[in-house]
Each structure stands twice: as structure tokens, then as C-alpha cells.
Write a protein that binds this ligand. Structure first.
Ligand code: HEC
Length: 96
């Protein structure tokens, strides 16, 4: 069931956005639950990512992965999207 939902979510993203790969990478990465489908978080302690400069976002994701920036949650999440930092950052930069 969870898998079906995920596939449906990814399909929706792929059809709905020009930056299809980044959208799928973002959805597949499990980011949506905390940062929202388009990078607008519904939980105040989770940062909004929509419209952020892509270079900044990509750097944060790499820093979370290497541990240069420390946050237990994001250190774990960044390890799941290795190589997809830039596509996700580009997708988020294009959101409003
Ligand atoms: C369990 C909730 C959770 C999940 C899942 C999650 N994040 Fe985060 N994210 C956070 C929190 C909390 C922070 C703030 C960390 C801090 O205080 O340094 C954060 C910070 C970030 C930042 C830095 C924002 C800034 O303004 O510096 C980026 C970029 C980011 N997350 C991207 C992602 C991506 C991409 C994914 C999916 C691979 C993801 N997050 C999954 C909770 C989450």
C-alpha cells in the first residue's frame, strides 16, 4: 500500500512539474513529509525550502551528508539522496 501511494505521488509529480527528475528525487527521498510537497512545510520547526537558491540548497545537502553541518535527522536523510542533491535543489528553487 505504501509503495502504491509512493508510485502515485511520483507519477503526479512527474506529470505536474517541468523539473520532473528533481521532483521525483525529492518525493522518493522522503522529504515531502517534513518539508511539504513543494517545499512549504506545514510544521513550523521544519524549514521551508521553496524558492531557495539552488546552490545554497545543494551545498546544505552535501554538508549534511559529510557531517560538516550537523542535524541528526538531516544527516540521515542526506545519505539517502547522494548524487541527487543538485536535481532536488533545482526543483526546490523553481517552487514558490
Ligand atoms: C523528519 C523530518 C525531515 C525530513 C524527512 C527531511 N528533513 Fe530536511 N530538515 C528537517 C529539519 C528539522 C531541518 C533543520 C535542520 C537544522 O536545524 O539544521 C531540515 C533542514 C533541511 C535543509 C536546510 C534548510 C536551510 O534553510 O538551511 C534542507 C536543504 C533540507 N532539510 C532538505 C531536505 C531534503 C532534500 C529531504 C529529503 C531527502 C529532507 N530535507 C528530509 C527535517 C526533515
Amino acid at each position: 500500500m505504501k509503495r502504491i501511494l509512493l508510485v502515485a505521488t511520483v507519477a503526479t509529480f512527474t506529470m505536474g512539474f517541468a523539473q520532473a527528475d528533481g521532483a521525483a528525487d525529492y518525493a522518493n527521498g522522503g522529504c515531502v513529509g517534513c518539508h511539504g510537497a513543494t517545499g512549504i512545510s506545514t510544521i513550523p520547526t521544519y524549514p521551508n525550502l521553496a524558492g531557495q537558491n539552488a546552490a545554497y540548497t545543494a551545498k546544505q545537502l552535501k554538508d549534511f551528508r559529510t557531517g560538516a553541518r550537523k542535524d541528526p535527522t538531516m544527516n540521515a536523510m542526506a545519505a539517502m539522496i547522494i548524487g541527487k542533491e543538485q536535481s532536488i535543489a533545482d526543483f526546490l528553487a523553481a517552487q514558490k
